[in-house]
Write a protein that binds this ligand. Sequence first.
Ligand code: AMP
Ligand code: MG
Length: 402
Amino acid sequence: MPPPLITIAEARRRVLAATRPLGHELIAVTQALGRVLARDLTAAGDTPPFPCSAMDGYALAPGPAGRRLKVVGESRAGAPAERAPGDGEAIRISTGAAVPHGAVAVIRQEDVDADGELIHTRADTAPGENVRRPGEDMTAGTLVLRAGTTLQAAELGAAVAAGAGAVEVTLRPRVQVLCTGDELREPGASLEPGEIHNSNGPMLTALAAGCGAVTRPAQRLADDRAATERSLHGALAGADAVVLSGGVSVGPHDHVKPALAALGVEEVFWGVALQPGKPTWFGTRNGTLVFGLPGNPVSAFVTFALFARPALARLQGAVAAGRLEGTAVLSADVPRNPHRDQAIRVRLERRDHELVALPNGPQASHIVTSLIGADALALIPAGDGVLGAGTEIALEPLPGRC
Ligand code: AMP
Ligand code: MG
């Protein structure tokens, strides 16, 4: 007898409650794309570190238009001028080059007429004009990035500007995907009657990798109790999370649950009031997370998004773990399921200042093409009749990053 179904929110709460962040390591910032900061990152010094020019032009004392100045040196990016300009003098300067002492302004080269070693200024120059002050971007000691931030391009740029050469990041979770099913064949293999391609293997492995996990190719498990137990035994030994597809229902060839029980994996829940994804199973053994996802590809994808993805984020200490993001209004009536919430795949369009969710074609759990081009999952609460067009619904972003 299956236990009563729990809600999506309760299932997610139990997953997160069972998930402990992994340890840390220090790595080169150049290797840190996609990693999660384990400690706050503060600026080592001021950025910019010195007064520098915002323009190509001439460094000079402030003053009115119509001056005639002698160019007595040059300050290039990376090669400051050797002397400061005196009275009646200017220094040729490039964008980003150090502004010499005594010259507190820069006039753009478009605003002068150059004549050999002389320039004639055609614009007034105010104190500080076209000069970037030290620390305008960051001052030494200021908090630049918080622990839990995922390092993408912008964050990497800021970390390097802040002076970081190495960053303390959390460990990447090791994830092994196991696909159960005698009917499964490798991608591209010719199929005998009754066989299908193992689409969940590469799909779930890619989802895990997209969440920052270290993955190995998915393994296929025959629908056989002993073989299931053997493969699971190996996978549990080398992974922080094991993601299974198929074999978690109540059919005579569903061996995952008894095999997990025999291996000491403790069940946390089995059965979520969710369509697609009802038979989702979750358990743990010594901190290793085990997700038993349903075999239908859409169910596997949706339940990975709702339950495994927040867990992988939490393992990495990512701050966005478990967040439900945003709302939209339904473009069309959607039939409700009386007993289960539905996670339908939608495309999002902005219309008249409203974000509109359009169901992305047929929604059955074997229609893998319903995932293509979808922007989000829209959560349709259980109930009778239809949820009408125009109703506001909660969105769950589809995985791309955690
Ligand atoms: P199961 O959960 O094992 O009862 O499988 C439910 C449905 O999903 C069946 O139609 C399976 O053939 C299909 N299925 C199971 N595993 C996979 C897989 N790895 N790739 C594609 N379809 C699958
Ligand atoms: Mg099966």
